[in-house]
Write a new protein. Structure first.
Length: 301
């Protein structure tokens, strides 16, 4: 019997069995009864000699040996393992609203990165109550007598950053960008702003992905979550000037840049009249009145 026990213990040690299982084996052997059943395979391997052969209880505790003993009972549950490593960072969600299973849209939560509509508020240095200021600036663009350079108004930051500029160049191989002025002496609502420089503000309407400037209307569509950021009058370069610009919406209550009356021109802002006519060259008369200044609204959703 001692030989068999030593045989099992030696094989268990060679298999790196835990000390707790070793203790359980020794405890079980100490409680053995005299009645034993010889495992058939061990009996055959020992030539029928039962004196030095382990009983059934011995084989149950020698279960890890495998080839000599049958599968034994399950051992106790082991201790809790150490926590695993942190997972990889998730990917950013798309900027647009997410579709739900029922076909509706879910707006992204407040403060989420990249959610919002950007617009310029011309004529003001502040934003509406429904948006936040990104930066304030001054209007800029191509000179009204030039046929080249850009054709759009730009909101230029008040604190530019240069990177290795070449000072003193002739400028003949360059585009030119000038400041902007109100040309509103014939428009009674803005007559006091004549020759003043034009301020602007770049604004962010958080959690709204759609931006729309509506010409000839000073209100936004009703329903569907539309928000009016501001309204005013449509402006552009003068029709007969060589420089061409886009049409933009100037705030109804524009402000000047203080102490900026220089009449240096540059890119200019004129109120826009609608032209209607029955010949097909104008807007449809009836809803549009020839010579009336056109309104505008900037809307987000």
């Amino acid at each position: 019997m001692a030989v068999v026990q030593m045989f099992c213990v030696t094989l268990i040690l060679s298999l790196n069995v835990s000390p707790s299982l070793m203790t359980e084996i020794r405890s079980t052997n100490a409680r053995k009864t005299s009645a034993r059943t010889i495992h058939p395979r061990l009996k055959r391997d020992n030539g029928g000699d039962t004196a030095n052969s382990p009983g059934a209880d011995d084989c149950q505790k020698c279960a890890p040996i495998g080839s000599f003993c049958p599968v034994g009972i399950a051992g106790p549950t082991g201790p809790q393992g150490v926590p695993g490593r942190d997972g990889r960072d998730g990917r950013d969600a798309p900027v647009n609203a997410d579709d739900t299973n029922d076909g509706h849209h879910e707006a992204r939560p407040t403060g989420s990165t990249g959610a919002g509509a950007i617009f310029v508020r011309w004529g003001r240095e502040d934003c509406s109550n429904s948006s936040v200021l990104v930066y304030r600036g001054v209007a800029g663009g191509a000179h009204y007598t030039h046929t080249g350079s850009g054709s759009n108004y730009m909101c230029m930051p008040v604190d530019p950053i240069y990177d290795e500029p070449i000072a003193g160049s002739s400028g003949q191989e360059r585009g030119f960008l000038y400041g902007g002025e109100y040309q509103t002496n014939t428009f009674a609502q803005w007559n006091s702003l004549y020759q003043d420089d034009v301020p602007c503000a770049v604004c962010l309407a958080s959690n709204r992905q759609t931006l729309l400037m509506i010409p000839a209307r000073n209100i936004c569509p009703t329903g569907d979550g539309w928000v009016k950021e501001y309204s005013g009058y449509l402006v552009s370069e003068r029709h007969s000037n060589q420089g061409r610009t886009e049409f933009v919406c100037m705030d109804r209550d524009p402000r000047p840049i203080p102490r900026s009356v220089h009449n240096s021109n540059g890119v200019l802002f004129y109120a826009v009249d609608g032209r209607c006519g029955s010949s097909g060259s104008g807007l449809p008369c009836g809803p549009y009145v020839d010579g009336y200044e056109l309104t505008c609204a900037v809307c987000t959703m």
